[in-house]
Design a protein around this ligand. Sequence first.
Ligand SMILES: [Zn+2]
Length: 253
Amino acid sequence: MSLTTISSQYADKKPSCRICKAGSSISFNWSYAMEGKSADLPNSKDIYINPEPLKTGVLYQCRHCQSYWYLDADEQYMHHVADSKVALVQAWSQSDLRLSPQQLDILQAIGRTAPDIYGNGTEYNETPCQVKTTDGTLYPLAIISIQQHAPYEAWRNCKLATEIAEISPSPYALPHEVRLATTQAEEVSMSFAPTLVQLSNGEVVILNWTNNFIKKPAIDSSKTTLSDKSFNRNNMPPLYRLADEIVYFIADA
Ligand SMILES: [Zn+2]
């Protein structure tokens, strides 16, 4: 979300609560809403009850429907928290999620993927890697996200850094310079910010917006390079989309 966003909502959903707009509202600019500048946004603090101060920010419930809402520490945005995320948010608040100096060294060697040129991702410090958890499970498509805010996002599959036993480079991660190039891609049309890359077998594909991984049979992702072909709308290479879900491990800043 960029800094100027007033609100974001699901385009295809109607609110299930007419008071807090849960169901359709994802997040909204808190001070803008409280100044009564939009008829579509809540305009009173009175609708939020049961404040629960967290490590940063405060968790509330809607007085009317009991939906959970998270106000970040700077009181910039109020975010809807799905019921299924509440236990994770509370565990995040109660846990020391600082990484060890050794873990931070490994992440530094891999290299962080920066926010994009439009400001998307400024609230995260993310590094793709492979994580082995304390129960022995291997996550080769992992991102360690060092962040100040609670992991409220419905669209991220998050675990906490307390589950990390071992961090290593991911076999599917793109080289640092390719990842950074995807963060620099310009939006040439609605929701389309292409980067052309060449895979280890010579095939050229498009990555849309920031990408961290390629997982394709018989492809060595570490050998991916930026293509010397320029983007041509009339002759576009195929678009690559990661089919598998990324698992985010949340750590304290
Ligand atoms: Zn409500």
